[in-house]
Write a protein that binds this ligand. Structure first.
Ligand SMILES: N[C@@H](CCC(=O)N[C@@H](CS)C(=O)NCC(=O)O)C(=O)O
Length: 207
């Protein structure tokens, strides 16, 4: 079956999906647009809501990164079958997404002074608010959100690695359980080779 993932030359909302596809051995076309050339009118106009990522499988298209990630997980062993366990992971992903939206506000800010203030607030308050809670959640669950490797763990690393590109430091480095989880994911078959072959990402803000 043909699979295509459309996004930018950035980790952002697509990297957890790329990681899961590589880990699962599901072949796909990794189509990337240069943020500097965006918007490409004919591409943007063709998208369901004008934004990326979009995933295509056979003749079908899906937008919304979380829906795509959950769907890919369902095609592998990364989504549990128990509804409660699924809901716990949905909550974890939505908590991470709440954090992402705060980082996004900083990324999108164009006023330099305000942007510096927002960065300081992220580094002194927001990062620790979320990462200390996540550290505890992982510690209580065998190092993963759901007791074993699932899509929530992939979603998390994708968001933190993207935050690091824009903030310029590894925000997870003082949270040992998070660091261990990231080392596990980065060493997975498929993911490891993908990371080794990947170009480093740079801060190319898509305004
Ligand atoms: N909630 C959507 C957000 C998608 C989104 O905002 N995508 C941004 C990149 S991260 C985009 O396509 N920006 C380009 C534009 O708005 O033209 C998702 O999770 O997929």
């Amino acid at each position: 079956m043909s699979r295509k993932l459309y996004y930018f030359e950035l980790n952002g909302l697509a990297e957890s999906i790329r990681y899961m596809l590589h880990y699962s051995g599901l072949t796909f076309e990794d189509i990337r647009y240069d943020a500097k050339s965006w918007p490409i009118k004919e591409v943007k106009d063709s998208l369901p809501y004008g934004v990326l990522p979009v995933y295509e499988e056979g003749g079908r298209r899906l937008n919304q990164s979380i829906a795509i990630a959950r769907y890919i997980a369902s095609q592998t062993n990364l989504l549990p079958s128990d509804p409660w366990e699924q809901a716990v992971l949905d909550a974890a992903v939505l908590n991470i997404n709440d954090f992402r939206l705060k980082v996004r506000a900083f990324i999108m800010e164009t006023d330099k002074v305000k942007k510096e203030q927002m960065k300081a607030e992220l580094l002194t308050e927001t990062v620790d608010f979320y990462l200390s809670r996540i550290e505890n959640e992982l510690k209580a669950n065998n190092g993963f959100f759901g007791g074993k490797l699932t899509w929530a763990d992939f979603y998390f690393i994708g968001i933190i690695e993207t935050t690091n590109v824009f903030i310029g430091i590894e925000i997870e480095k003082t949270y040992p359980t998070i660091v261990s989880l990231f080392n596990i994911i980065r060493s997975l078959p498929g993911v490891k080779e993908y990371i080794a072959a990947r170009k480093p990402y740079v801060d190319n803000t898509i305004q």
